[in-house]
Write a protein that binds this ligand. Sequence first.
Ligand code: ATP
Length: 368
Amino acid sequence: MKKNIKIALIKGDGIGIDVAEAAKETIDRVLEIKQLPQFDYCEIEAGAGYYQKTGLDMEPAGEEMAEQCDAILLGAIGLPSVRTPEGTEIMPHLRLRERMDLYAAVRPVRAYSNSPQRLSDPRATKIDLVILRENTEGLFYTASTSGRLQVANDYEARETLRITRSNTEKLHRFAFRLASKRKEQGKNALLTCVDKANVFKSMAFFRKIFDEIAVEFPGIETSYNHVDAQALDMVRRPWEFGVLVMENIFGDILSDLGGGLVGGMGMAPCAEIGDYNGLFQSSHGTAPDIMGQDLANPLAGILAGSMMLDYLAEKFDYESLADCSKLIDRSIERGFDESRLRPCESGGDMGTQAITEEVIALINETGS
Ligand code: ATP
């Protein structure tokens, strides 16, 4: 058990700052209630605002500092109005992902009671699945520092989708372990490989490796779905799925669809996990259209904080941190059950501040 846990805190830009603060406040409170030592935060400046001030997208040595911490808690980074000379948005977090090889992005999609459902089918209240998005290659390979092989001129634009055996083996093993954990918890553990193996060689390769790894986990039920059919099924029968493992751009798109199904991006947390570190954030961006108005739903950030506690519990074999994570999750569930959490995002009357205060109140009541 490790005593002084060090967290890199990168708040970023726009609503990222508000949701990161909400997550930190919530974590501070659960640790206090459970009488555990507070985390040691190392705040790192990064993002579009920092770039405007300094011409740098992250403070000097920020990457090394983040890497040396036990986990990274991130708000959101980038503003469409702030661009590099090449015209791209400010994205230093992509370098962190690459540097620490955070190959698995875990994105839970979960419906809560009394929160408006986008689907009229009563089974939509049972949605509880996880999208596992490959996070370092696929079509985003082009955006990585090693992947700048694309063609872009006035006649043609071409980019590269890369699937490697080493990364895909790790991703699929991660998916099977996640499904096994869900099985132990009594949740739907069906593991579906989402691809386009009927058309692309890269996708047939992705599926072939899935089948190879499946042999190591005979207790896990598996299925396949092409990504277009999966998009249809996300609307037609999302309650039938457990874990969905897929290539990077497919996961990018389907996880927004998943967020939309359960109330919006403010309900969509994300954990980016590698072999030795993890980065925790909401799946959404900086939402410039609502920033500075107290309208952001901070629950995705708070739930990402809960995933970080769970990750640290496993990393340091520190069961009490898993209890902290459960306390946050139970408090949010209770908040929806008792109609005490009503985010503006899904038509309710509560902004960032009100939701954060209510989550803290629920933690106080549930934990004591
Ligand atoms: P990125 O590409 O960086 O993920 P994006 O362009 O997909 O960003 P977001 O910033 O995620 O865009 O916002 C998409 C939409 O969802 C916007 O209308 C935004 O206001 C809304 N949104 C995102 N996050 C939240 C939140 N936490 N609460 C309420 N609305 C949100």
